[in-house]
Design a protein around this ligand. Structure first.
Ligand SMILES: [Zn+2]
Length: 267
């Protein structure tokens, strides 16, 4: 049993980026925790949520808990206001304490060149926390880790500061429907806010789950096509991860072994 800590800026980030790998790792007995650094209070367009952000915060908390129930994951939020992640002392120390309390074997997050400012600063908080995890005189109220975890990035398509490197590519065909269920638990996002944000002029009403489900699956299909030569023949859906140079650094073979799921054990 290993402990996997997935840290996203927003309540739906982990589901969309590592949902498949998390389900597979959980199915072989690993513990999985999803973290949302922010409270999700800015992820909508309805006036009622602008007037009363706590309504949206609560809705997104319940959506996260539903996804955690589906995946049998743990979940927590640092509760920082959506859109207001800053790399400051308070947030850095909160991240150090969070990772120490979770004592993970592996920490997964987005790369620090991701498109959203909250994403970039969340990654920076994770990277800034990394060395300090084993320094006992910093945040002494939470015991320092004795063993540094592995840090790794989930896949993205950004190239501005260098392309993503697929050190481990994982077929998630056996869990793609459940991964879509994890994402669809976040109705406020995948059925409402994201379609609205993509094209406000043409948005009329929430999309149906039947319309959105194949779109969500296609994200993982794109990863499988991009890294087809690294995956078993015929793989349709995949996720990929890049080893971070900070923390414990495994060989690419050790890293791929970490994600290996024995046939018959995955659901
Ligand atoms: Zn996000």
């Amino acid at each position: 049993m290993r402990k996997i800590l997935c840290i996203g800026a927003h309540p739906d980030d982990c589901e969309a980026s590592v949902g498949g790998a998390a389900l597979l790792l959980r199915s072989r007995g690993d513990r999985v925790k999803f973290v949302s650094v922010t409270d999700g209070a800015r992820g909508h367009f309805l006036p009622e949520y602008l007037e009363n952000p706590s309504l949206l915060v609560e809705r997104r908390r319940l959506e996260s808990l539903e996804a955690a129930r589906i995946g049998d994951f743990e979940w927590e939020s640092l509760g920082i206001r959506d859109g207001e992640v800053y790399v400051d002392r308070e947030s850095t120390e909160a991240m150090i304490r969070l990772i120490r309390r979770s004592s993970p074997d592996v920490v997964l997050c987005n790369r620090p060149c991701d498109y959203h400012r909250d994403h970039r600063y969340t990654a920076q908080l994770v990277l800034d926390a990394s060395y300090m995890l084993t320094v006992p005189y910093l945040c002494p109220d939470v015991p320092a880790l004795e063993r540094m975890p592995i840090f790794a990035y989930w896949q993205d398509g950004f190239t501005e500061f260098g392309s993503f490197r697929p050190d481990a590519s994982i077929a998630i065909d056996s869990v793609i429907e459940t991964k879509c269920d994890l994402m669809l638990a976040h109705e406020s996002q995948f059925l409402e806010w994201l379609p609205y944000n993509a094209d406000p002029a043409s948005y009329k009403a929430p999309l149906s789950r039947e319309v959105v489900r194949p779109q969500l699956a296609n994200r993982s299909r794109g990863t499988a096509q991009r890294y087809a030569e690294l995956l078993p023949p015929g793989t349709q859906f995949a996720e990929a991860f890049q080893i971070c140079e900070y923390g414990s650094v495994p060989t690419t073979q050790e890293f791929s072994e970490f994600f290996r799921i024995e046939l018959g054990k995955s659901s």
